[in-house]
Design a protein around this ligand. Structure first.
Ligand SMILES: C[S@@+](CC[C@H](N)C(=O)[O-])C[C@H]1O[C@@H](n2cnc3c(N)ncnc32)[C@H](O)[C@@H]1O
Length: 292
């Protein structure tokens, strides 16, 4: 093992198995690198599994679900917060044909790769990928028709700052759509509650989810209203995300084969448990709201 490889090995070991060791969000994504669940692209989302069979289809389906919920179409200026490697932006530019997509992402390594992907796709004129935070947008007020965030807002410090910024940059009548991860409501059953706590804490710890973002759908709704949004609609889509994803990953070994040996061990022990237990503490929502 070279010094670099052994350094990475211990970084991984520490991240996966040391409960007291947290990484910053950008460090987590630098460590994950291009180990995407998908085979044909570099999506980093868990997918929307209604009527699809593979993670590639499910990741695209989630991106399209968000875009369609926001009514994305020709003439729109779209702001995409947390764009990963930019695959969703390329998909939207081709299929929904908005006028312009601006992206914000804080992970430098992803920004560089995403820009290359966009240039290779010949979409450099319509997709402008920037390095910056969704909580402090380098974007003019009232200049955007649709703000979207696909499986990213749970990271923001804080999500409320993101709501405030999204409201500022949207034109009157503009829309905000998120696919986002929340905790589930505590069960009355003590054992189930412990299972929920373990499930949420593991994900929140490993993926650096701030405590301030840990609340249920009614609070999500309230915080959107507090930021000024109206006509909010939030629904849980967890049954179309976690159980089919779990089943797929347990069945198809392609993704596990791509993992670091330590992560592989953890993944294998995870797949031997039921989805109901592994994801007990995790909700998954699709939220829609409008700026009056
Ligand atoms: C789970 S990945 C999802 C990536 C992409 N949306 C997808 O579906 O493949 C979360 C993304 O959010 C980005 N991110 C985290 N915090 C951010 C922030 N404050 N502002 C902008 N992007 C952020 C990460 O760098 C990463 O690209």
């Amino acid at each position: 093992m070279s010094d670099n490889t052994s350094g990475r090995f211990f970084e991984y070991l520490n991240w996966l198995f040391n409960p007291f060791h947290g990484l910053k969000t950008t460090e987590v994504y630098d460590l994950i690198g291009t180990t995407s669940l998908t085979g044909n692209a570099l999506y980093l989302n868990l997918g929307y599994w209604r009527d699809v069979d593979t993670i590639d289809e499910a990741s695209e389906a989630l991106a399209l679900l968000v875009a369609k919920r926001g009514g994305m179409g020709p003439g729109d200026t779209v702001l995409d917060c947390g764009y990963g490697f930019g695959d969703q932006d390329i998909l939207w530019a081709r299929s929904m044909k908005p006028e312009k997509i601006i992206g914000l992402n804080i992970t430098h390594s992803q920004v560089e790769r995403a820009r290359m992907n966009v240039a290779d796709a010949g979409l450099g004129k319509s997709i402008d990928l920037r390095e910056g935070s969704a909580t402090e947008m380098p974007i003019d007020s009232e200049s955007v028709d649709l703000v979207v965030s696909v499986e990213s807002a749970f990271h923001y410090r804080t999500r409320e700052d993101f709501f405030r910024e999204a409201f500022r940059v949207l034109r009157p009548g503009g829309k905000l759509v998120t696919a986002d991860i929340l905790p589930t409501e505590n069960s009355d059953n003590l054992f189930r509650r412990i299972e929920q706590w373990i499930s949420w804490s593991l994900v929140a710890g490993k993926f650096n989810i701030p405590q301030e973002n840990c609340y249920l759908i009614p609070s999500y709704d309230n915080k959107l209203s507090k930021a000024g949004f109206v006509n909010t609609d939030i629904k849980s889509i967890r049954d179309d995300v976690y159980p089919p994803l779990h089943e797929y990953l347990a069945r198809d070994r392609t993704f596990v084969g791509k993992l670091h040996p330590l992560a592989k061990m953890l993944a294998q022990s995870t797949f031997s448990r039921s989805a109901d237990s592994v994801y007990a503490g995790l909700d998954y929502i699709l939220s829609y709201s409008e700026k009056p």
